[in-house]
Design a protein around this ligand. Sequence first.
Ligand code: PA5
Length: 472
Amino acid sequence: MKIGITYDFNGLRSERIGATHGITPKEWEALKPRLVAAHRAILQLRQSQQIGFLDLPYDLALADHISKIAKKIRNKFDTFVVIGIGGSALGNIALHTALRHPYHNEISWKKRGKVPTIHVPDNIDPDRLAGLLDTLDLKKTFFNVISKSGDTVEIMSIFMWIKELLFKKLGPKKARRHFLITTDPQHGSLRAIAEVEGFETLPIPSNVGGRFSVLSAVGLLSASVSGIDIHDLLSGAAAMERACMTAKSPEKNPALTAAGYHYLMHTAKNKNIQIMMPYAHALKDIADWFRQLWAESLGKAHNRKGQKIYTGQTPCKSLGVTDQHSQLQLYMEGPYDKVITFLSTEKFHHRIYIPETMTYQTSIQYLAGHTLNELLEAEYTATQLALQNAQRPTCAIKLSEISPRTVGALLMLLELQTAYAGELYDINAFDQPGVEAGKQYAYGLMGREGYEAKAKEVTQAPKPKSEFLISL
Ligand code: PA5
């Protein structure tokens, strides 16, 4: 069975966009031994169980278990809220946007398949959370608290707030059944709390980091609750994993080839910005999810030898055709510092015809008889061509359709691409030391024990000088 994904690298090649901005055959050939080494390194990390994301699609017992839990939740609750952030939220959002009705929460329960509405606030903004609360009937709301570390300050704070509200309103016995905690099997405060309070739990394997966890219980529970076929999702991811990991050469491995081209684009052609531009609203939040994956994995100060390298491409998201009217001018004529990855689909679920109407206005009649699908495809083709003719590097991922299977495959492809890229940069793509510094100051300011020195550093930091402040 075909996976249904085509990755087109033509727009990155010198044959198409010239040698100043495109990768030449010589540059590509020179990289090949490093691609082979990167593949070997990923195999080794997997064998030594330092990375676990490649094995997630094969845990079918977990998928069965999650499907059963999801069915129980669907039968009892109207609303499902994910309390998670970063890697514990973005994958959930991406799956819902890709695979559910675009107005899932707005249409009737019957129309959306008799499943709950889904909310993933992904922030601690008090106005937004209080606003969300205004829409919820707590008696009919289920909360999935997700944190790999089990200690993320934002998640613990929201959890403390909502748990108290529910326990007061419904009493501990009933309220407890409104929560499921997804966290590390052993470590962290959430795991300890779940044991003391008796909350139901799902595990996140210790060797799967947040941004690589969408195909674990992190993404699967909310997906299954909302009616997405998680077995199909995993089967697509497994097919992609096998195709890449057993490929006979780098050029037969789309994740490795993509990592190679993007690495060269950055290091040899100075393309410091990586733009993902879907031409399907359903794929929009995959670009958001990928933004975290690429940024946190590859934005690093040190390589594995401990040398300072300050590397990483800045990932941005864009949306076709919307951003043709907002960003494209910059992509076409601004600095030559970007590489664009298009995402698109061969098929939409709907076809909208443009009828013959207002015939007195001859200037618009060329549209009559066409479809919005044709117009979208035409604009996509035209944008790609215009960018390539302006020597702007582009590549394109095309899905045969947007289904759980192709989306599962796409997520695996992009995760593996990122992991390979980490090897080419010779960095650890699986940690995020840069996020820690800010977190420690926040802990200090919130009075966490052991972080008193950090709090002091903040209070002693230079005060803003009044001559550089304009306050009206
Ligand atoms: O990729 C990562 O590890 C991070 O972005 C985390 O997902 C994010 O910080 C949330 O962490 P946690 O799941 O531990 O609450």
